[in-house]
Design a protein. Structure first.
Length: 740
């Protein structure tokens, strides 16, 4: 029997139950492999049993390899009995025939079957040791010259590098897919790179965070006060702040938070910050009478770009003749049979006259009416109006409301996969005389910068949004900063028009925004807003699921998957998004074959959400879709996003999550026929007025809140808005002063 020459590679287990089995055999054929995440399906020939199918993340395995697999047997509905590998040992062949098969299998470039036989005939059982330690001796073989030797050496090093990084990283608890990314980033010398500075993983390999890199570093004996550890901890703190919405951190807050994370002496952190500055990984922006602002470079550039480009835009004359507002407004009102209120007239005049304007207001205050006015009046003047919004759903609603095709900002800017950049930019601007951006509260600082870089200088721009909603998921607080800067005209619409006399949703949204409890004692037969009190979290969860899966569909004739959205403030807990999705999937899409991706299980018919921008696939953070098909062999999902069918490859599945329930933050920019909101004192750290207001305004026909009255009251009364560290308002004022 062959002998093992490498350690076990402990792959991340998919199942925590059942005894581990072991199978040993030679790889006869690779049926499927994914170089991005290492997933493999192969046929294995044991010495004393029939050929079997094995699956798992078996990175670097080739036909002819001798393997010892540890894992468990599973019974696949379509493909029958398979062995799911949880770890494997690659076994070096110890017989002459085994070595010939191994080298002639194609694993080592430059050695085919015939040449492999020549090498084994010459060196015998020492062949593999010679290739590993003294490869120049292969030049003794007739037909092997320097070029062939170089190919053999490169191929052997690559194969060895894959195995080494797999063994090294998975041995430290890192998922095999991340090990693949590390190898792709660093090549055959990956282990040496990681050993010399494990913190490079956190900086340069997506999927490895600081805590994982720090664990590896500590296991390797890196001192707690090592400069590379302190720098990595400070950089991690700054990156985490951006995830929380901050564009920068004040220096004192950064150093304090990093010292806490690292359990380090605060006095040691200034030198770490200086090291990051020297490596150009952070930018220090001095401030008068306040600690310096510490930025990640891309965010500092984005904020500076928005301030400069918007100010230059405002100072450049627009194209076309001046519009006589009274005549234009009279024409529009006559065309639409609408009588605009004084504040609406003011907003429309500003949108038609000013180079840049902000129009803000809550639901039902006429924002869409004004956008239609801009579209029709400027269209009458033969000026090109372009409509855009941050999300696909918001763009679709804008199209339906105006009759003019709206696009997402990402699609408007035309991302090019070849260059991994937007095609629309300063050199190739958007073709528009007026650009209207709806749902501006969702616009983060980086997307705002990319947008403004692509706006031609003579273009008007109209920002429309609700300043009382939650800020963007990404870093920045663009709408609030535009308003507080005082550099742009701002018109706030405060009179409710749409369905005011009959919509309890709109009425209660405005009550909540004013700090008043919503009215919940209306006639159930007439109301579109309900609050159902349940203090017990489990009871609240069961009731919310029953509303979404049975009661609302039966009473209102709505599709529980397409028309009803469950919203929660948080991911964790009985009333968190993760657990609610599991239970809703069991109710709404039970049974059927499923594709397991970590803790997630996907079935045909599942409602899903994209949670990270993917420009190559043209799907973006917050896009909702439904699984139309699953290719189990290729481990791919076919997902329909609105009118497009998108195939999600295995390496992008981590960006897809179940979406029967989603967080309130993720629902921004979308409206649903019905929403079921869970609100409980379990969510106390998230209960804020703008969170509840945003949730209520997601429902068009029906809003049901299930939870505790105490939580509802806390949310209504908590008007504290979490401060985001941004300097956009200050920069806008500074640039405006400098250009005056």
């Amino acid at each position: 029997m062959e002998t093992a020459i490498c350690r076990t590679i402990p792959l991340m287990p998919k199942h925590q139950t059942g005894d581990r089995d072991v199978v040993v055999g030679r790889v006869a054929r690779i049926l499927f492999t994914n170089d991005e995440n290492g997933w493999c399906v192969l046929r294995l020939e044991p010495d004393d049993a029939p050929t079997l199918t094995a699956i798992g993340p078996l990175l670097g395995v080739r036909p002819g390899d001798e393997l010892r697999l540890s894992g468990r047997w599973i019974n696949h509905a379509k493909y029958g009995e398979q062995f799911e590998a949880e770890s494997y040992v690659q076994v070096a062949p110890s017989t002459l025939d085994g070595i010939r098969r191994f080298l002639g299998s194609g694993k080592v470039r430059g050695l085919g079957e015939k040449r492999a036989a020549q090498v084994v005939d010459a060196f015998g059982l020492e062949t593999l040791e010679i290739i590993e330690n003294d490869p120049d001796r292969l030049l003794e073989i007739r037909g092997i010259g320097q070029a062939t030797l170089d190919r053999i050496r490169e191929s052997w090093d690559q194969h060895r590098g894959i195995q080494q990084i797999m063994i090294f990283l998975t041995g430290h608890g890192v998922a095999p897919g991340v090990a693949v990314k590390a190898f792709r980033r660093y090549g055959p010398g990956a282990v040496d790179v990681v050993r010399s500075n494990p913190y490079r993983l956190a900086e340069e390999v997506f999927g490895v965070g600081f805590l994982t890199a720090d664990r590896i570093a500590r296991q390797l004996g890196v001192p707690a006060d090592a400069p590379e550890r302190l720098e990595a901890g400070a950089l991690h703190t700054l990156n985490e702040a951006s995830v929380q919405g901050h564009v920068f951190l004040p220096e004192d807050q950064l150093l304090s938070a990093a010292a806490t994370l690292l359990e380090a002496d605060p006095e040691s952190l200034p030198s770490a910050l200086a090291g990051l500055v020297a490596r150009q990984l952070v930018i220090v922006h001095p401030r008068t009478d306040e600690p310096p602002a510490i930025y990640i470079p891309r965010l500092e550039r984005a904020e500076a770009t928005v301030a400069l480009d918007l100010t230059e835009l405002v100072g450049t004359p627009s194209r076309g003749k001046p519009i006589i507002i009274s005549t234009a407004v009279a024409w529009y009102q006559g065309q639409t049979n609408i009588r605009l209120a004084p504040r609406q007239l003011e907003a429309l005049a500003a949108a038609l006259n000013e180079k840049a304007v902000v129009i803000t207001g809550g639901p039902g205050t006429g924002k869409t009416t004004l956008i239609r006015g801009v579209v029709q009046i400027l269209g009458r003047k033969d000026l090109q109006v372009v409509l855009a919004a941050p999300t696909g759903r918001a763009a679709k609603r804008l199209t339906e409301a105006t009759g003019l095709q709206a696009r997402t900002i990402h699609r408007l800017l035309e991302f090019t996969p070849m260059t991994r950049a937007f095609s629309r930019n300063r050199e190739n601007p958007i073709e528009a005389d007026c650009l209207v951006i709806d749902e501006i509260s969702m616009l983060d600082i980086e997307l705002a910068a990319a947008l403004l870089e692509a706006v031609p200088p003579n273009c008007r721009i109209v920002f429309v949004g609700d300043a009382d909603q939650l800020p963007s998921v990404g870093p920045g607080n663009v709408l609030a900063d535009l308003i507080t800067s005082g550099t742009l005209p701002v018109i706030r619409l405060d009179r409710v028009f749409r369905q005011a006399e009959r919509s309890h949703i709109i009425d209660n949204a405005h009550r909540v925004n004013s700090g008043e409890m919503p009215l919940t004692d209306s006639n159930p037969d007439e109301s579109d807003f309900f609050f159902v009190a349940r203090d017990d979290a489990e009871e609240a969860a069961e009731l919310a699921i029953d509303f979404a899966a049975r009661r609302i569909p039966e009473r209102f004739g709505l599709d529980p998957v397409a028309d009803i959205q469950v919203l929660s403030p948080m991911h964790r807990g009985v009333l968190g998004v993760t657990r609610l999705n599991e239970r809703l999937q069991a109710q709404l899409n039970p049974g059927g074959r499923e594709l397991a991706v970590g803790w997630r299980r996907f079935r045909v018919g599942d409602k899903v959400m994209q949670v990270r921008n993917n420009y190559e696939l043209d799907v973006f953070n917050g896009d909702l879709g439904q699984v139309q098909g699953i290719d189990f062999k290729e481990r791919e999902l076919a997902v329909r996003f609105d009118d497009r069918l998108v195939v999600i490859p295995p390496d992008n599945l981590e960006d897809i999550v179940p979406a029967y329930a989603c967080t309130i933050h993720k629902s921004q920019g979308s409206e649903y026929p019905a929403v079921v909101i869970v609100l409980h004192h379990q969510h106390h750290i998230m209960l804020q007025r703008n969170l509840l207001y945003t949730a209520i305004t997601r429902g068009r026909r029906l809003v049901v809140i299930v939870g505790s009255k105490r939580a509802l009251g806390r949310a209504v009364n908590n008007a504290t808005v979490r401060t985001r560290h941004t300097l956009l308002a200050e920069r806008l004022r500074e640039v405006a002063r400098s250009m005056a």
